[in-house]
Design a protein around this ligand. Structure first.
Ligand SMILES: NC(=O)c1ccc[n+]([C@@H]2O[C@H](COP(=O)([O-])OP(=O)(O)OC[C@H]3O[C@@H](n4cnc5c(N)ncnc54)[C@H](OP(=O)(O)O)[C@@H]3O)[C@@H](O)[C@H]2O)c1
Length: 255
């Protein structure tokens, strides 16, 4: 891991719970340099967490890292960078990630799955088959593998939470390729995991933010009505609440 923050101390958990609901906790945010990942990472640090920033581009991660470092204040968490391309990461790479988080930070309390691979709205007939497979993998398979790799560590946290951010209520299901297929399949994945882990302390949540003004959406739509898509920052607090286990949502959709 690159960059450092002090390892969270178990006794910090629960202190100042209202103001810093993630005090002393460690959370992993994938796609941390993206639209939602960035603002959610900042909000998690404000809420007291040490945030593991996972993304494929170091400069983007560095900007989020620097923004978190600039927050510095009593009770504000820290960050570490974890550059990784989920398209090529093997199960062993993800097991190594869990091992490194445990070795460096001592615990893992949550994952916010924000990394998303989407190229453009394209009919299947014109879609590069390898791009289709990559999208399915990054948006579904890699999320499943990463969750699987981290489950033993998460299960040792007092109240762990895994949040899958999904985009399964689009204006149209056409032309979304592997990204769209993976959104639908993620709903099935989370339902399956919930059934399997009914007695586990690890909470699993689908979070459906709806349209957001991010680089991902800009690849699909030119906003004629800016009101149709929200600023991702409006969802940052909801991400914190879901990671903290404070939001009662098995299927969270903002009002
Ligand atoms: N935007 C919407 O309208 C909308 C609506 C509903 C749900 N969502 C969901 O919200 C979540 C966040 O999306 P967003 O709109 O914030 O998208 P975004 O701004 O495009 O961010 C996605 C992030 O994922 C990273 N990423 C892509 N491929 C990766 C890979 N192979 N390995 C590691 N990281 C990778 C990107 O890194 P790079 O910057 O390097 O490409 C980027 O930082 C996604 O789960 C998406 O499905 C979005």
């Amino acid at each position: 891991m690159i960059g450092g923050a002090p390892a969270a101390r178990p006794d910090d958990v629960g202190r100042d719970a209202a103001a810093r609901p993630l005090a002393g906790r460690v959370v992993l945010v994938t796609g941390a340099g993206g639209g939602l990942g960035r603002v959610a990472s900042l909000a998690c640090a404000c809420a007291g967490a040490t945030v593991v920033l996972l993304g494929r581009r170091v400069p983007k991660l560095n900007r989020v890292y620097d923004a978190i470092a600039a927050l510095a204040g009593e009770g504000v968490g820290g960050a570490v960078n974890y550059p990784l391309d989920l398209a090529g990461a093997t199960p062993q790479d993800l097991a190594d990630l869990a091992t490194r988080i445990e070795a460096q930070l001592g615990r893992l309390d949550g994952i916010l799955h924000c990394a998303a691979d989407f190229t453009a709205l394209t009919p299947l007939a014109q879609t590069d088959p390898l791009a289709f497979a990559r999208s399915v993998h990054v948006n579904l398979g890699a999320r499943a593998w990463l969750t699987q790799a981290c489950l033993p560590l998460l299960a040792r946290a007092p109240r762990a939470s895994v949040v899958f951010v999904v985009d399964d209520a689009p204006e149209s299901v056409a032309y979304r390729g592997g990204y769209g297929v993976a959104q639908a399949a993620q709903v099935a994945l989370v339902e399956m995991l919930k059934a399997e882990m009914a007695s586990s302390p690890v909470a699993l949540t689908l979070f459906r933010p709806g349209p957001m003004r991010t680089p991902l959406r800009a690849k699909a739509y030119v906003e004629s009505d800016p009101g149709r898509a929200r600023d991702p920052a409006e969802h940052a607090d909801a991400c914190v609440a879901l990671l903290a286990g404070a939001a009662a949502a098995s299927d969270a959709t903002p009002a």
